[in-house]
Design a protein around this ligand. Structure first.
Ligand code: HEC
Length: 319
């Protein structure tokens, strides 16, 4: 192609006689800056592309010895409590509590959750009393200085399955099952660029439940050939800190009986218990979101009023 050399030539001559300011005002400076920025971007993208290409190749080579965890990213699920107007699905939370009571509580404590707070799941005071009384609480000392057992009260917390962390670890092959009170907020997989930027706008804060659901449903997969799975551990490509963990697959189809007709599958149990754990970690999520929305509406209205006031105050001043 023949370049429009005439134009370019005359441009060059003109550029030579212009001051820097003129150049910028005529758009030459800006164009140059933009062009160099674009070039920088291209170079960076190129480096990025070759970088990911290389690491993808490496992965293909060493599937049996992965260098980053989790091996698979957690699946993003639809949660009723997602987004700015999210609310908990009480029926789901009640099912999740049932899964925790019948399965997870055999190994995992939930020390920070009191029975009385279960009213957030839609239970009445009487129901909570009955539920608390099903538990035996180790209390004391009494007047004689002895510890004693008594039935639970609404003000009690869920009793732990093991007397101390050492006992919990000893019963589980050396790894103590973590306390579940805040687990849904304590776990989550880094989202990386650019997703964490979008997350600000979509208000993504479900990393914990997404992770727990994927972990619980991620047990049935076969490890790649040649991968070394330490004895007494179980392969799970969603586990955050290694190829396998000490927790055996806790759920199987039909294990917990639901009386509201929800499917009795590992997938459904995992969703329900993850939602329940989110509630346990953040029982006031709905209030927080409601207040946040009201504050934003207030700020918008207030901002508009301040602007109108400013216009009124300065209306008579020449400027
Ligand atoms: C047989 C005992 C046992 C049962 C039952 C059990 N867990 Fe665990 N869980 C463990 C142990 C042990 C660990 C620690 C594993 C490790 O660090 O290797 C663990 C760890 C976890 C973790 C944390 C993983 C991480 O990233 O550190 C989650 C989440 C979890 N369990 C969820 C559950 C849920 C939900 C249930 C009920 C459906 C459940 N567990 C039932 C023993 C159990």
């Amino acid at each position: 192609m023949i370049p429009k050399s005439g134009n370019r030539f005359s441009d060059k001559i003109m550029l030579g006689t212009m001051t820097a300011r003129q150049r910028i005002s005529r758009g030459y400076g800006m164009k140059k800056i933009l062009a160099s920025l674009a070039l920088l971007g291209l170079v960076a993208a190129g480096i990025g592309a070759t970088g990911t290409g290389a690491s993808a190749q490496e992965e293909a080579h060493n599937e049996a010895a992965p260098t980053h965890f989790p091996i698979d990213e957690p699946k993003e699920m639809d949660w009723s409590f997602a987004g700015p107007f999210g609310t908990y699905d009480k029926a789901q939370l009640q099912r999740g509590l049932k899964v925790y009571k019948e399965v997870c509580s055999a190994c995992h404590s939930m020390n920070l959750v009191a029975f009385r707070t279960l009213e957030g799941l839609g239970y009445s005071d009487a129901q909570i009393k009955t539920l608390a009384a099903e538990y035996t609480i180790h209390d004391g000392p009494n007047d004689a200085g002895d510890m004693f057992d008594r039935p639970g009260k609404p003000s009690d917390h869920f009793p732990p399955p093991f007397p101390n962390e050492e006992a919990a670890a000893a019963a589980n092959g050396g790894a103590a099952p973590p306390d579940m009170s805040l687990l849904a907020k304590a776990r989550g997989v880094e989202r990386g660029f650019p997703r964490f930027v979008f997350d600000i706008f979509t208000q993504y804060a479900q990393g914990g439940p997404d992770y727990i659901h994927s972990l619980l449903t991620g047990y049935d997969q076969q490890p790649p050939a040649g991968m070394v799975i330490p004895e007494g551990t179980h392969y799970n490509p969603y586990f955050l800190s290694g190829v396998s963990l000490k927790m055996p697959k806790p759920l199987s189809d039909g294990q917990v009986t639901y009386d509201d007709g929800a499917p009795q599958t590992v997938d459904q149990y995992s969703r329900d218990v993850s939602a329940f754990l989110m509630w346990a970690a953040e029982p006031h999520l709905e209030d927080r979101k409601k207040t946040g929305f009201r504050v934003l509406v207030f700020l918008l209205l207030f901002g508009a009023l301040v602007y109108l006031t400013k216009r009124k105050v300065w209306a008579g001043v020449a400027h």
